[in-house]
Every structure is written in structure tokens, then in C-alpha cells.
Design a protein around this ligand. Structure first.
Ligand code: 0A1
Ligand code: ZN
Length: 884
């Protein structure tokens, strides 16, 4: 029997046993240590005997020695919390294998062999949601980054590409639908109510792109014909009952396929494309070849249950995963340090797609807002890392805003410098050169360099240096010419005490104050620590518009008269620059106020300038409402905190709320008129109506800040009149922060109305946990005890605790209770789902940038977590870096 081949006690290699790391210090994986694999696996056949509580996996690997490898006779197959039931080599029970920690090592004598391994899994017990797991009665997989090793033993690294053949069988009533990558090649009935299916994926792929789904599912079906005439069947699979909420996802998929052909010349390469929505998922979605698995959140939508923002997010994520078919799947990553190769590029692609589907300037503003809220703090904190990191302990911790969003900004800069057409030549060359291979960031840069004709020698620093460059700007007049002096500093970050100057492409224009025009925009590149740029034919008294379109992901430092910012907020022809001027006006004022640097006169002068710009935004009949809604947003508290070395979150909150209330009270009539106007616009998905809805809630936010009674009555009126989730959620968000009876009425109605709809109930939780209500901490405690709260469901956990961690009122409560709550959730969640638990650590990790009393409490929470004896590698890495 096969099992007899298993040694009684797995042999321990004394050397590795000695070197085994202490549990306190997980091994560090370094980019510079990369070695090609010793063995390749050109083919793999997987056979799954499926069951929710017990699944048997038989995997047959055709392995061959890699001519570029080190010639080792040992085949290392990674595993994680699995053990082999049997191991055979070339059909015979093998004796020559042993375990090395979680990995299986097999000694092989020749150059090519067939290795067959059996494993036994318990999907229903898999709460980490990595590998094969049960969700809502179905089975599904998640393999990126290192989940395949939880299914079977395999060289689980992205540079081992294999052709997959999959057979699966299981109870037909439990698993009526059986899906895997590629095409279904055969199916049939088995014994005792079982059935089976065989799938084959012709495209070699790394193990992280493997997927399998089995369960009771129903599809919304569509088709797409590619530009060369391939007819592709499209399916969006969901649980029965959800099919009425899948059309937007299907439409977004079709739009993505068309867009990628037109914009990047990329065509789909299989006859079938399946999307499956699952309700338990650690991230947003996953680009498995031909079988994308999605968090239900990024699939299900109808006007009654999803907001306009949800619709946009679905379109963006569907696009993102689809675009991975080329940027990620056809050309994959050599190792996980190259993650930004696929993620940064794919984020850029999904941003450009969404911009083309909607409003380009609004999309740009949104993307920059996200970068500033999520990535800037990361880049200035203890977890800062370059977009191509040099080392990690747990790769799951590197799916970050830096790798994704800053990664996209870095590639966007190349596009800005090359221009669209030349950039396209670069990407064409990249796809041509590296199709079917596992590539590096360096390969990408080289292809853009060669294809677009750019010199990117110095630009490569953007891949290796962390930290957001700070650019100090000043404009002077010399001999009738305007001189722009720029000085850059790249802050020190962990492990990188010294930095070199980076090339920073800046789009600039000099406005004539009298005519509110400029004579053309220029692109300048600051590639030294300091440089001067002379503008010969500048107007006499110019106003500088700099980093237009946010051409570089940097912080511009320039003390500017309010009048200049008011001018740009009103007159700049670059919509991003208008937004930026408004933001700067507010940031400058609030930062001074928080620092206690404003006397009453200065405070009222600052408010007057902001008020002038705000009134123009609220009343400008020329402005479209989508843009108006964006311009009305005050800078986030986390972005304000970024401007200060050490800040008092309480003071930031008070000042920002104070300004909001002042604007609400001062412009009450204008805001009410605006709220009335947009409330009369009937529901549609057109831009105009979406803009009206965005402004409606924005106006309500200010009205409520200025006059809470008016806010409560308009809020409940908006709630009751709502014919869609955007209006209903907007009203509930405002009411949730008020201490009034209308709040309770709306919350109770919402819960009853949407009973059984998990995604909407998530909103109910997060609106309360994210509210500015003075008793928000009590509310969060109660929510965690609510019968609908589930620790096993990441969406639900995030809806309560991520909302609370991101909510300055809850998180930074002076008592330290907010920190304790997040510390507790990390400790409680870690044994269940370490990946999701680790995502809460960065909020506490910002302690050095917070005033000393709170900083001490935050640090104490991290220390309390660090004392837990069995922390996961995920949480351990984040906590130790945050303390270190
Ligand atoms: N590649 C996916 C992100 C992803 C990464 C890890 C996961 O494991 C839980 C899931 C998804 C993307 O960029 O969409
Ligand atoms: Zn991605």
C-alpha cells in the first residue's frame, strides 16, 4: 500500500533542524538570493475527490531537471499544513522522500520523472481562506500567493509554469457545477449520485493561478467576439437568488475585453471566461486563468442594494482582474519581489479603463485621494518599502498600497514622459518579448526604455527607493524672467538611511493673473537634488500651477498666498489642479490651526478665503455635479496628519469638523438650494444623475454639520424618499453621526428592509462603526455582539473593525479604548485568519507620528500583541516592524 511508503518518523536533516528558526523570528526571504528552480514541472494532472469536510487530492507532476538550475537531485515541493498520504515516483511507491519542515523533499536519480502524491484536506476547517476552502456551502480555492501548497506539494513559486489538467468528482446535489481553469473537456455521471468533470488549461501557468470551484451556482451568461473572431462564452456565477444582481458585472467584463483590445491591443485567449462570486474572501478578487474568483462585493449590484461607488468599484475590479490575463498571467512574475510588475501595471490599466468609462478628471482625483490616504502614510511609517521590496517574511503582507497604487503611479510617470503613443510601443514590446515567461520589473523597464525610446537609467530608483519625495518649490523673478527653483528630498525609510535624487516629471503652467490664461503647459523633469527652470516668456506676475494632473507621486511644499490658491481653484484649466488648489487652501489653514498658530484674525481670514472658493464650488452653474461632489470634499484627517511630523488626532478632528460646521452654517442657504435642486433629479445611471446623487449627500453632510436639527430632518426625508442605495446610504451615513430619534428610525428600517442580504448588512455595520457619533465606541462593542456579526467572514469583520480603525473618533478616543479594541481583534482573529488580522496592524503602527500620550497607548497595544506566544508569521512581521 502506498501509505507504507511513508517513513515511520520523517527523517530530519540535522543541518536544517539546527538552523530551524526560533518561532519568534520567521526567516527573511531576500530578493538578492533568487535562484532559478532546480526542477521544472511542465505538466501537472490533479484529481479531486470532493467533499466539504474531506477532499482527497491526487496530483501527478511530470518533473524535469532545469538546465538553468543548480543540478540538485533533490526535488523540493512546498507544503503548508498538509502531509502526504502517499508518494510515488514513476508509478512505484517511493522511499526516498522526507519532510523538511512543511516541505516534502524527494530524491530523484534521473533527469525526468513522474511524481504522484496524495493529500487529504478538510476544506470546512480551513478558516484562513487560503488553499481549498468551503464558503457558503460551496468549495473554492485561493492560491495567490502561496495557497497552492495547502492543496498539494508543489514548487509553489511563480517561475515554475505548468500545463494543468484537472479532474474532479463529487456529490451532484452538493456540487452541481464543477469549474476549473481553461476549458471543460469531458464530463459524466458517477456512482452513488456523483458526477465528474475534466478541465484542461492549454496555457502554462504558475500554481498561484490555479483555481477550482464546486457548488450550487447559477450563471448570467453572455458572449464576446474578439477582434480576430474568437467567440468567447462569458459566465458570472453566483448563488441562486443573486442572479438578478449580476448584469453590471457582465457588462463591465464585456467593456473590459473591448477596451483592452482597443487600448493595449490585448485579446482574450480562451473560449471561456468564468467569474465566480464567493462570500468569504480575504481580498477583492483573484485573476486565476479563465476562472476569476471574486468577493461578492465586487460582483453583485442593483440600484436598490448598491451605491454608485459600488458600481464603479465593480467595474474597476472586473477590469483589473480581466486585464491581469495579459499583465500577470501571459506575462507573470519571476518571484514575489516582482509583484508590482503585474499589480502596479494592472492598477494603471484599470485606472485608465475606469477613466475612459466615466469622467477622466474625477477618476484622477479619486485615485490621488486614495493614494494620499492609504499610500502616503505607509511610505512615511515603519512598514515603508519600495514598490519592489528587497525582503519579506510573509508575502501576504506586501499586497500593499505601495506595490499597487504607487506602483501604478510609477508606470504612469513613464507614460507621461513617453507620451501615450510611445508608451504603447513600449508595452507592445514588453508583451511580445516576455509572453509565456516569468519576468522581472527590470524586464518591464527595459522594454519601455527600448520600445518608447526613453532613458530610464536614473528612473529605476523609483523601484528601489521607498518614501514619498518632498519637493520644495519657489517662484522668483530674475531679469523679467520667471525662475522656478525646485529642491527634492527623499525621506529616510527603514533600511534606507540615504537616498539619491529621483527623476520627478512635473507638468507646470504659469498663469497670467489678469487674463486667467497661460501660454502652454510644459513638462519639466527634476532629476537633481536642486535645479532651476527659467521661463523666458512668462507673464509679469505669474501664478504657478505645478504637478498638474498629479504627474508625479510627490508632496509639493510651497507656502502660497491664499489669493493664489483661490485664483487657481477658480481658474485653472487642469481640473486636478483646481481640486489641488482647493485642497491646499484647506490643508494650509487646518495645519496652521492644529499647530495653534492662528489668532482669531488669521482664523477668520483663512476661513474667508476657503469660504470664497467653497461658495464658487457650490454655486458654479458651469461645473458638472460629479466634479462638484469631488471638490466639496475636505482633505482626510489622515492626510492632514501626514503634513505634521507628530500630530494630535483630536485637534485635527476638532479643527476639521469646526471648518465643516462653519461652511455648513455660513452657506446654509446655498447648500439647501443645492440639496433641493439635486433631490429633484430622477434616478438613472447616467453621469448627470450620478453627479446629482453625489452632491446630494455631500450637501447633506455640510447642512448637518452646520445645523444638526436641519440635518436630521433633511436626512430622514432623504432616507424615506430614497429610490436607490446611494441616497439611502448617504442619508443613513449622515444620520448615524447625529444623536437623534431619526437615526434610530433609519437604522431599524435599514436592518429590517435588507434582512438576509449580507453585503447590505455589511453597510449597516460599517456606517455605525464609521460614524462620528460621540458614543461610537459603545456602538462598535454592541455590533461585535450582534447576532449577525461573524468572525469567520472577512467582509463582516472589516465592516465593523476596519471601519472603526479608520474612524478617528473611535480609533483615537483619548481613553485608548479604540486601540485596545483593534489590538483585541488582531489577537482574536490571528488564529482564525492571519492574513486579515495582519491588515489591522498598520493603524497601530503609526504611533510614532501621534502625540505622546496616545502614542504610548498605541505602542502598548503592539507590545501586548507581540507577547502572544503563537502569533502567525503575518502578524508577527507587521508587529515587530511596527515596534522596531
Ligand atoms: N492578485 C489579486 C489580489 C489577491 C492577492 C492575494 C489573495 O489572497 C487572498 C487574493 C487576491 C489582485 O490583484 O486582484
Ligand atoms: Zn491585481
Amino acid at each position: 500500500m502506498d501509505i507504507a511508503s511513508r517513513p515511520a518518523e520523517p527523517e530530519q536533516n540535522p543541518q536544517t533542524a539546527d538552523a530551524a528558526p526560533a518561532p519568534q523570528a520567521p526567516p527573511v526571504i531576500r530578493r538578492e538570493d533568487y535562484l532559478p528552480p532546480a526542477w521544472l514541472v511542465p505538466e501537472i494532472a490533479l484529481d479531486f475527490d470532493l467533499g466539504l469536510d474531506a477532499t482527497k487530492v491526487t496530483s501527478t507532476l511530470s518533473v524535469k531537471r532545469n538546465p538553468e538550475g543548480n543540478g540538485a537531485s533533490t526535488l523540493r515541493l512546498n507544503g503548508d499544513q498538509i502531509s502526504p498520504v502517499s508518494v510515488r515516483v514513476d508509478g512505484d511507491a517511493a522511499n526516498d522522500w522526507r519532510m523538511d519542515g512543511p516541505d516534502l523533499l524527494v530524491e530523484l536519480s534521473g533527469d525526468a520523472h513522474e511524481v504522484t502524491i496524495e493529500t487529504a484536506l478538510v476544506p470546512s476547517g480551513n478558516s484562513q481562506l487560503m488553499g481549498l476552502y468551503a464558503s457558503n456551502g460551496m468549495l473554492c480555492t485561493q492560491c495567490e500567493a502561496e495557497g497552492f501548497r495547502r492543496i498539494t506539494f508543489f514548487p509553489d513559486r511563480p517561475d515554475v509554469l505548468s500545463t494543468y489538467s484537472v479532474r474532479m468528482s463529487g456529490d451532484k446535489a452538493t456540487f452541481p457545477i464543477l469549474l476549473a481553469n481553461g476549458n471543460c473537456t469531458a464530463e459524466g455521471e458517477g456512482e452513488n449520485g456523483t458526477h465528474w468533470a475534466e478541465w484542461h488549461d492549454p496555457w502554462p501557468k504558475p500554481s498561484y493561478l490555479f483555481a477550482l470551484v464546486a457548488g450550487e451556482l447559477i450563471a448570467n451568461h453572455g458572449t464576446f467576439t474578439t477582434k480576430s473572431g474568437r467567440k468567447v462564452d462569458l459566465n458570472v456565477w453566483v448563488r441562486p437568488g443573486d442572479e438578478g444582481r449580476t448584469q453590471h458585472a457582465l457588462d463591465s467584463l464585456i467593456a473590459s475585453m473591448k477596451w483592452d483590445e482597443e487600448t493595449f491591443g490585448r485579446e482574450y485567449d480562451l473560449d471561456l471566461f468564468n467569474i465566480v462570486a464567493v462570500s468569504d474572501f480575504n481580498m477583492g478578487a483573484m485573476e486565476n486563468k479563465g476562472l476569476n474568483v471574486f468577493n461578492t462585493r465586487y460582483v453583485l449590484a442593483d440600484p436598490d442594494t448598491a451605491t454608485d461607488a459600488d458600481y464603479d468599484a465593480i467595474e474597476g475590479v472586473i477590469g483589473h482582474e480581466y486585464f491581469h490575463n495579459w499583465s500577470g498571467n501571459r506575462v507573470t512574475c519571476r518571484d514575489w519581489f516582482q509583484l508590482s510588475l503585474k499589480e502596479g501595471f494592472t492598477v494603471l490599466r484599470d485606472q485608465l479603463f475606469s477613466a475612459d468609462m466615466g469622467s477622466e478628471p474625477v477618476k484622477r482625483i479619486e485615485d490621488v485621494r486614495i493614494l494620499r490616504i492609504a499610500q502616503f502614510p505607509e511610505d512615511s511609517g515603519p512598514l515603508a518599502h519600495p514598490i519592489r521590496p528587497d525582503s519579506y517574511q510573509e508575502i501576504s503582507n506586501f499586497y500593499t498600497a505601495t506595490v499597487y497604487n504607487k506602483g501604478a503611479e510609477v508606470i504612469r510617470m513613464m507614460r507621461t514622459m513617453a507620451g501615450e503613443e510611445r508608451f504603447r510601443k513600449g508595452t507592445d514590446l514588453y508583451f511580445d518579448r516576455h509572453d509565456g515567461t516569468a519576468a522581472t520589473c527590470e524586464d518591464f523597464v527595459k522594454a519601455i526604455e527600448d520600445g518608447a525610446g526613453l532613458d530610464l537609467a536614473q528612473f529605476r530608483l523609483w523601484y528601489s527607493q521607498a518614501g514619498t519625495p518632498q519637493v520644495a518649490a519657489s517662484l522668483t523673478q530674475e531679469d523679467g524672467k520667471a525662475v522656478l527653483t525646485l529642491h527634492q528630498t527623499v525621506p529616510t525609510t527603514p533600511g534606507q538611511p540615504e537616498k539619491q535624487a529621483m527623476p520627478i516629471p512635473l507638468r507646470v503652467a504659469l498663469f497670467d493673473r489678469a487674463t486667467a490664461t497661460h501660454s502652454g503647459e510644459s513638462l519639466i523633469v527634476l532629476d537633481k537634488a536642486e535645479d532651476r527652470f527659467v521661463f523666458a516668456d512668462a507673464p509679469a506676475d505669474p501664478v504657478l500651477s505645478i504637478n498638474r494632473g498629479f504627474s508625479a507621486p510627490v508632496a509639493i511644499e510651497m507656502a502660497r498666498p491664499d489669493a493664489d490658491l483661490v485664483f487657481l481653484a477658480a481658474c485653472d484649466d487642469d481640473p486636478f489642479a483646481r481640486y489641488e488648489a482647493m485642497q491646499s487652501l484647506v490643508v494650509q489653514h487646518l495645519v496652521a490651526a492644529v499647530g495653534g498658530g492662528l489668532d482669531e484674525g488669521q482664523r477668520s481670514a483663512g476661513r474667508k478665503a476657503i469660504g470664497e472658493a467653497f461658495r464658487a464650488i457650490v454655486t458654479d452653474a458651469e461645473l458638472d455635479d460629479l466634479m462638484r461632489g469631488e471638490l466639496m470634499l475636505l482633505p482626510a484627517e489622515s492626510y492632514l496628519a501626514e503634513q505634521l511630523l507628530v500630530s494630535d488626532p483630536g485637534a485635527i478632528h476638532t479643527e476639521r469638523e469646526g471648518l465643516k460646521a462653519w461652511l455648513g452654517a455660513t452657506f446654509a442657504d446655498e447648500l439647501k438650494a443645492l440639496h433641493d435642486r439635486v433631490s429633484a433629479v430622477p434616478y438613472s445611471r447616467e453621469a448627470e444623475a450620478r453627479g446629482a446623487r453625489k452632491v446630494k449627500t455631500q450637501a447633506l453632510v455640510y447642512i448637518a454639520a452646520g445645523d444638526s436639527a436641519e440635518g436630521a430632518s433633511r436626512g430622514i426625508a432623504q432616507y424615506r424618499a430614497a429610490s436607490c442605495m446611494t441616497d439611502r446610504q448617504g442619508a443613513l451615513m449622515v444620520l448615524a453621526s447625529l444623536d437623534c430619534t431619526e437615526r434610530e428610525e433609519a437604522l431599524a428600517d435599514f436592518l429590517a428592509r435588507y434582512e438576509g442580504n449580507a453585503l447590505v448588512i455589511d453597510k449597516w455595520f460599517s456606517l455605525q462603526a464609521g460614524s462620528l457619533h460621540p458614543r461610537v465606541l459603545d456602538h462598535v462593542r454592541a455590533l461585535a455582539k450582534h447576532p449577525e456579526f461573524r468572525m469567520s467572514n472577512p467582509n463582516r469583520v472589516r465592516s465593523v473593525f476596519m471601519a472603526a480603525a479608520m474612524n478617528p473618533v473611535a480609533f483615537h478616543d483619548p481613553s485608548g479604548e479604540g486601540y485596545r479594541m483593534i489590538g483585541d481583534i488582531i489577537r482574536r482573529l490571528d488564529p482564525i485568519n492571519p492574513q486579515t488580522a495582519a491588515r489591522f496592524v498598520p493603524s497601530l503602527g503609526r504611533w510614532r507620528r501621534v502625540e505622546p500620550v496616545r502614542a504610548k497607548l498605541m505602542r502598548a497595544e503592539l507590545e501586548r500583541i507581540a507577547q502572544e506566544p503563537d502569533l502567525s508569521r503575518d502578524v508577527r512581521e507587521q508587529v515587530s516592524k511596527s515596534l522596531g
